[in-house]
Write a protein that binds this ligand. Structure first.
Ligand code: ZN
Length: 125
């Protein structure tokens, strides 16, 4: 693999600990049930900085995921970094889409969203 895309994809395992309503930028306000969520993103450069940013609560809200993670009842409990393309990884997830279009502004693979609510966590760490 000489594409320079290795380790470009990351997934955040997110726990919502009580029912919350979150305004997700211009997508609007959405209810999130308590449970597990998986967010898939990519950072070709600056992976460490990106992940550190996701884990920080105080920041300017830029991406859809920022709005969700800014809520005090929402916590990132695990992170994994993968070699496969972002959308391929995302499409492996079995779950429901709480917010159509979430994190998928740049998606050209028809994922529907890059955030899924998952019933059980099949986390290959
Ligand atoms: Zn996608």
């Amino acid at each position: 693999m000489a594409s320079g895309k290795e380790n470009a994809t990351y997934q955040l395992l997110i726990v919502v600990d009580e029912a919350v309503s979150v305004r997700v930028g211009q997508l609007g306000e959405f209810a999130f049930a308590p449970g597990y969520y998986v967010y898939t993103g990519s950072a070709r450069r600056g992976m460490k900085a990106r992940l550190k940013r996701h884990l920080a609560r105080d920041k300017r809200l830029r991406w859809h995921i920022d709005y969700l993670l800014a809520n005090p009842h929402v916590t990132v409990v695990d992170v994994q970094i993968l070699d496969q393309p972002e959308c391929e990884v995302n499409q492996y997830i079995t779950g429901t889409i709480p917010v159509p279009g979430f994190g998928a502004s740049d998606c050209t693979a028809g994922c529907g969203a890059h955030l899924f609510e998952v019933r059980s966590v099949n986390w290959e760490g």
